[in-house]
Structure formats: structure tokens, C-alpha cells
Design a binder for this molecule. Structure first.
Ligand code: FE
Length: 282
């Protein structure tokens, strides 16, 4: 298996997310916004949250529906309880990941189980191919210790949430979109290489320190969209750095989104609302 990169992707564009709130008033940064859905197909959204002020997160996300895609919540710090209409329940905490396939529909809640302290993490939305949008819902949560890890560079670590890196297969794999989701911890001066086919859409989001990719510095709080070129990406930490690297195969299908429903046509969106109102969704 290939673990080296001859020609790294360059940074096509850096993005500063938009400050917003969602759920019952959770403050977050929407890093991957609707206008980037085509460019970063199959990914639909990335939210970064991080605060030590309970007012920013305490209200959580009460019952709400989803249809047509998958949500991947990675909790760096904090405790959040998930319950859904498919009968799943799980406590997501420090370093754990929850992967939920909404498929034809779930109604779920995500409620903090802490009244103080830091809550920090990410929620990524991964689209489903048209043929799978109405599949049965699926859910799994993984404690930090259950997530595969691999040593990289001279002293770094890659946590393999999805896909495959340096011979280690991640917690979840998906055939249609071949998602790669890595959490990289790189000490200053360390270099990490990840082979990536050029047709995969890919980005990084740096959440600590800073890195250099093909000569361009990407600081904390920035997403860098990686150009579709070369045979992978080489990332060098200029200081102790933590970042996520996300890549996937584009579906190339129409995206129709209204809030928590992501389908291919407006008719399907209207059907989702009708099903939700009629109690047929979750
Ligand atoms: Fe949700």
C-alpha cells in the first residue's frame, strides 16, 4: 500500500467559517457552508464548536429530523447524549465519535450532559448517493479507545475516523463516497503524507497551531480546500498542530437541501416535509 506522496496538492483556497448558532442556541462556526457543497461534494456541512462558556452550548439540539445523508459528530472534549427515533441512545464524550446514517429519516436530540467546562468538536455531514437516501437508518458510537490510531511522521498520531491511512482501516468505511476522515496530531517540525487520488475532493481544518501545505501556511481556525491534483497531500507542522483531514469521492448528483433534509429534487424535499408532518419520518 502506498504511503508516500511524490507531488502534494496545493491549497486552492482558505476559508474562515461563519459564526452562527443552531439547535436551541448552540454557538458554532459553520466552516463548510452551503455555497461550498458543490466544490466539496460529497460533504455538505462542517460545524466546529468550542467553548468553555456553558451559555454557548447548554441548550443543545432538541428533537429535530434528518433525511438523506449521514452525520458524523466527533467530540474532542465534552459530553453529549444522543437519542433517536430508531431507538438508539449513546453518550458521546472526550475523543469519541458518533456516526449516524439518517437514511429515510430519524428524529434525534443531542443534549449536553455537563453544566460547565469545555465542549469542543466537529459535526460533518456526508451525503448519501441517491440510491441510498431512503435506506434504513444506522447508528454507531465509538469511544475514544475504540478509534483506530496510527503513528505518523517522527512523533505524530493519526486517528482514523473513516477510510484508511498508513495501513490502518478507520472506524467506518463507505463504498460510494470512500470518505477519509483523520484527526492529525503533529508535533512542531513533523511531516505527514497522505496519498489521495486526484479526483477526491479534500480539505483540512486546523484547530491548533499551524501547518504548511505546499508552501502555504494554514493557521488554526482555517479550512484549506486542497486542489484536485498530484498524488496526495504533504502537511508539515510549523508548531505543535492539530487538524482534521477530510476527503471523499464526489457523487456528482443534484443537491436539494432544505434545513435538515438533503435530497436530489425539490419534490423529494416536499415529500420529506409531508412525511415529517404526518409522523412518517422517524
Ligand atoms: Fe442533528
Amino acid at each position: 500500500m502506498k504511503t508516500t506522496v511524490q507531488q502534494s496538492r496545493r491549497v486552492e483556497r482558505q476559508v474562515i467559517g461563519k459564526e452562527t448558532s443552531d439547535g436551541a442556541g448552540v454557538r458554532l462556526t459553520r466552516v463548510l457552508t452551503g455555497d461550498l457543497q458543490q466544490r466539496l461534494d460529497p460533504f455538505l456541512m462542517l460545524d466546529a464548536f468550542g467553548s468553555d462558556n456553558p451559555d454557548d452550548y447548554i441548550a443543545g439540539f432538541p428533537d429535530h429530523p434528518h433525511r438523506g445523508f449521514e452525520t458524523i459528530t466527533y467530540m474532542l472534549a465534552g459530553r453529549m447524549l444522543h437519542k433517536d427515533s430508531a431507538g438508539n441512545q449513546g453518550l458521546l464524550e472526550n475523543g469519541g465519535m458518533q456516526w449516524m446514517t439518517a437514511g429515510r429519516g430519524v428524529i434525534h436530540s443531542e443534549i449536553p450532559q455537563q453544566e460547565e467546562g469545555v465542549m469542543e468538536g466537529f459535526q460533518l455531514w456526508l451525503n448519501l448517493p441517491a440510491k441510498d437516501k431512503m435506506q434504513a437508518p444506522w447508528y454507531r458510537d465509538f469511544a475514544a479507545a475504540e478509534l483506530p490510531r496510527v503513528k505518523v511522521g517522527a512523533g505524530g498520531t493519526a486517528i482514523v475516523l473513516a477510510g484508511e491511512s498508513h495501513g490502518v482501516t478507520g472506524a467506518v468505511t463507505r463504498e460510494a463516497t470512500a470518505p477519509l476522515y483523520l484527526d492529525l496530531h503533529l508535533p512542531a517540525g513533523d511531516q505527514f503524507a497522505q496519498p489521495l487520488a486526484a479526483d477526491l475532493n479534500a480539505f483540512v481544518y486546523v484547530y491548533r497551531g499551524a501547518v504548511i501545505i505546499a508552501g502555504e501556511t494554514v493557521p488554526a481556525g482555517r479550512m484549506a480546500i486542497l486542489a484536485n491534483e498530484g498524488d496526495g497531500v504533504t502537511i508539515k507542522a510549523t508548531e505543535d498542530a492539530r487538524l482534521i483531514l477530510v476527503a471523499g469521492r464526489p457523487l456528482g448528483e443534484p443537491i436539494a437541501q432544505h434545513g435538515p433534509f438533503v435530497m436530489n429534487t425539490q419534490e423529494e424535499i416536499q415529500q420529506a416535509f409531508a412525511d415529517y408532518r404526518a409522523g412518517r419520518l422517524g
